[in-house]
Ligand binder design. Sequence first.
Ligand code: 3HC
Ligand code: NAI
Length: 651
Amino acid sequence: MTLLSLRRDNEIAVVTLDNPPVNAISGEVRKGLVDLADQLDADPSVRAVVLICAGRTFIAGADVREFGKVPVPPHLPDVVDRIEAAKKPWVAAIHGTALGGGLEIAMGCRFRVAVGSARVGLPEVNLGIIPGASGTVRTPRLAGVETAVEMVTGGKPLSAAEALDAGLLDLVVGADLEAAAIAFVRQALTAELPQPVSARALEPVSEAFWQAARKTAAKAGHQAPLRALECIRFATENDFAASMAQERQTFLDLRGSDEAAALRYVFFAERAAPKPAAVKGTEPRAFATIGVVGGGTMGAGIAAACREAGMKIILIERNAEAVARGLENIDRIFAGGVKRGKLSEEGRADRMAGVRGSSDYGDLAAADLVIEAVFEDLAVKRSVFAELDRVCRPDAILATNTSYIDPRLIAEGLSNPDRFIGLHFFSPAHIMKLLEIVPAPDTAPDVLATGFALGRALKKIPVQAGICEGFIGNRILKRYRAEAEGLVTQGVPIAEVDAAMRDYGFKMGPFEAQDLGGLDIAFLQREGARAAGQIVAETLGDILVHAGRKGQKAGAGWYDYAEGDRTPLPSDKVAALLGSRISDNPSRPSSRADIARHLVGTMNAEGQAILSEGIATCAEDIDLVEIHGYGFPRWKGGPMFAFRATGDSAE
Ligand code: 3HC
Ligand code: NAI
């Protein structure tokens, strides 16, 4: 395969890069571009060069797979400089996405032309690095300091229209990008060429702007956004060459950081998860119409997510009143989209037009896949599945969203158990990315494949989980919470445990999170197990619930709360209630770093058990569950990666 091909349209050279899947810049591409720049400069019959890409996108950035290796020359900044220094003007013809090094190459070109659907961005911070080929130096010169700061520290791409507005693009065109770019550059040759971007002046910004930007960048929790900001600021106060040197050094520092290694690992794990080996080559079933049984918290979120992805919904509830409430729950989600400016009123009406509510299970005859989200009660779920068995088409897939009930028990009695599967969504289901897919022993391969296809269609991170109490995520959560209580019983203050986990990168510590979600849910689950004859020791949480301290909604939980205020306040009452259970273990973890290490180690140990029992197929899946379902900081890679990276063992 030729990575770079050359054709001529009279005096215009057209260079096409074809490096599937996303035209990432490898060492070979860098060398090829420099060679072509030399060759085209030497050809007197060439007056301008169009750089365009084959396939689905313009250059999506440097090849991330090369990041763990020693950099090989020519380095990307030199390639960008070489293109900018070409005697003939280059024009970047952009479709799909021009990201990271892709946009940097485009900024080395004299002009940038894009189709309307294109997006351009500098997402390097998402990989724990900063732009390394002039993104922090050329972007402020081309688009202004404010736009540069937003793009580089936030990592979010701009639409073609926004990029045109910001000065990053010269022209947005319709369908035939190559012809339009050729026509554009021909026209441009009739006038004086603009200055190369590196030679353009920078508009200074106020100190107040830098202070505000610093605050925003610090919120990310990891160092790349702040370091990127420092580089942009440096570029506004120093000349081009010094700024490039500063950027390069920062880029190389960060490239070798633990955070970057973790974020790269997560990047590839997220891309591998939706297409696991277990479903390779298996054709999924169709799922154009989704039945959802139960229109409460989860059912409404699941229905909204599926509808948003274009599926038709049939919502089943117990009676007309409950149907109306369920439909309202779904509509409230779309109304929220309108409020946030993400959806128009027409869009909301269109979404709801595709949702039909009914209390007649017979209406589910039209469904390809039915997801049950009724009360967490085995008898109720079994009665629902008996109905589904009766009314659904024999090829329709039947799924349960149960959190804790053994799916095998729910499936008992089904006449066709190979179409049954667990699809465990997380609340709020229209927002949370995680989807645990739980096959039962009889689940057919194409039913499992359909679970993953649904996950992809919903743009979720689907992860296969085996059957055990709590599957992957809730099982680790239970152990984590128990261990956090264990630390408290050894004399670590509750607030210190929470602060340690916040310092580690969680938005909330385990006790703050329980106060937010409510202590009663896990309490009721333990009570259920006790009622069923299991021996479940009294937890500290049980003591608090018995005292009416169910969390924020009760105004009291692990912490006290002032009326109308969500700030957790350490509580003397809690200290008194738990006093008899608390000792003073001198060898307990004392520093916050030790506390966090201990608790992440506990998650890791449970993860190891989950792996060895075959509940998860790989460590990456466990990490994705923790990151996407439980707020584990992405830049730490997850509890499995965190220990792999240090080479330590959690035990
Ligand atoms: N390097 C290597 N492989 C990459 C890649 C990259 N920059 N970007 C994507 N890929 C791979 C993916 O791993 C995936 O591989 P697979 O098929 O084997 O799993 C394949 O390309 C397709 O990727 P997606 O599944 O993500 O495809 P989408 O169509 O959903 O998205 C995309 C395409 C928007 C380009 C998305 O892949 C993306 O955001 N990529 C990352 C872009 C990025 O971060 N660029 C900056 C890189 S760092 C840099 O440029 C440094 C420079 O400043 C020096
Ligand atoms: P919910 O109480 O908000 O909603 C349950 C709905 O089911 C109610 O609207 C009820 O009217 C309806 N329902 C009950 N019996 C029915 C029947 N026979 N036919 C039709 N509808 C019926 O409960 P929630 O929180 O939505 O939970 C539903 C399921 O999802 C449970 O199994 C739960 O364990 C699971 N789950 C809950 C999560 C959460 O955070 N709330 C997260 C992940 C899973």
